[in-house]
Design a protein around this ligand. Structure first.
Ligand code: HEC
Ligand code: HEC
Ligand code: HEC
Ligand code: HEC
Ligand code: HEC
Length: 219
């Protein structure tokens, strides 16, 4: 009798271990392996160091009284109100004007000068934040009229030293910056995700519900 009780005790224990191993396995599959497989990853054509260029002790000539204005020195709002987005080579060449004379001493800059400046070839940057073509997003309304800082939507991208790989959802083609890093959908910062509901949530919070009609964001 004693023996029998003992063995049934062992098999419940075995059952629990089996359950826990399976549970942990599926957590790993669902939270780590699935998201990794869901996103394709592509490196940028070269590195760009925002922190260095925003540091006035290292780079002189990025003009502007506030941080946002300094960002707008490269990411310009054109006279007609449209946003220039990622700067073109022309902007870089306001400073990096001679491929023979680097401004610093790093191999990264030499590589940039020979591959792009000397050839006058545009850098084929991958855009982390680009929305699908059907979405209308005017930067001027947000930055100038709404007075929303770049950081609210872009986090610390303007402070990065090294660029992460560009990751796109294999099923939808959307960048991970739109659908968010966390598969759980949890959002801790305003910049964690930029889906339709995230746009509308801020419009409501700021008392601009009039911008939550379909035709405002979809033209
Ligand atoms: C206002 C002037 C200015 C502009 C505009 C500018 N740069 Fe620079 N950049 C510099 C200076 C100065 C350095 C060297 C800083 C140092 O090493 O002390 C530098 C360094 C670099 C380096 C080497 C950085 C490293 O991490 O080793 C790269 C690459 C570079 N710039 C790319 C660009 C690109 C691409 C653009 C255009 C989007 C650009 N720069 C626009 C002034 C500028
Ligand atoms: C010297 C020019 C320069 C300045 C100044 C600058 N940027 Fe950039 N920015 C770039 C270049 C080049 C890229 C493309 C490479 C990359 O993704 O970082 C870029 C990319 C970005 C992107 C990614 C856009 C996308 O969809 O991929 C964001 C966000 C951004 N910058 C924000 C900022 C903010 C915020 C500031 C001010 C704190 C700033 N930038 C200042 C040159 C600049
Ligand atoms: C209210 C949110 C918000 C604010 C504030 C904001 N952005 Fe953006 N940004 C976006 C969205 C959304 C996109 C994608 C737009 C699109 O695809 O048409 C984007 C795209 C970009 C891009 C890539 C453009 C391209 O064509 O690839 C850059 C660069 C950028 N933003 C820089 C900035 C800078 C610099 C500031 C501050 C001066 C800023 N943004 C402020 C939401 C914002
Ligand atoms: C952090 C807050 C915030 C986020 C996030 C945000 N918006 Fe807005 N948006 C505003 C504010 C504030 C205004 C009103 C600006 C004004 O007219 O003063 C506005 C206005 C607009 C307008 C009307 C522009 C005009 O010309 O009247 C459009 C279109 C718009 N947003 C699209 C979007 C889209 C698309 C997204 C998401 C990709 C988005 N917004 C995300 C704050 C936000
Ligand atoms: C405040 C801005 C905003 C408003 C208002 C808005 N949308 Fe969107 N919509 C977006 C953004 C940003 C995306 C892309 C990200 C996503 O899929 O959530 C999108 C995506 C979509 C898509 C998917 C398109 C694709 O290519 O995957 C459809 C369909 C759509 N919206 C329909 C609507 C309809 C219908 C309404 C009105 C009930 C509406 N939207 C109102 C911002 C908005």
């Amino acid at each position: 009798m004693e023996n029998q009780a003992h063995s049934s005790d062992q098999s419940t224990k075995g059952g629990w271990l089996f359950f826990i191993a399976g549970f942990i396995g599926s957590l790993i599959l669902g939270w780590v392996i699935f998201p990794m497989a869901l996103y394709s990853s592509q490196p940028q054509p070269m590195n760009f160091n925002h922190a260095l260029h925003m540091n006035p002790d290292k780079v002189d000539g990025i003009e502007g009284d506030t941080e946002t204005e300094k960002c707008l020195f490269c990411h310009q709002l054109r006279d007609d109100g449209t946003f220039a987005g990622i700067p073109r080579l022309e902007k870089c060449m306001e400073c990096h004007d001679d491929p023979e004379s680097p401004l610093g001493s790093t191999p990264e800059e030499k590589d940039f000068l020979t591959r792009y400046v000397a050839e006058e070839k545009e850098i084929p940057w991958l855009s982390y934040y680009r929305q699908p073509d059907c979405v209308y997003f005017p930067h001027i309304a947000h930055v100038k009229m709404g007075k929303v800082d770049c950081r609210t939507c872009h986090g610390d991208h303007g402070k990065l030293e090294d660029l992460p790989a560009y990751r796109a959802n294999r099923l939808t083609g959307y960048s991970i910056k739109i659908w968010g890093e966390r598969i759980s959908g949890l959002k801790f910062n305003t910049w964690d995700r930029m889906k339709m509901d995230d746009c509308a949530e801020c419009h409501t919070k700021k008392g601009h519900e009039e911008n939550n009609a379909c035709f405002v964001c979809h033209k």
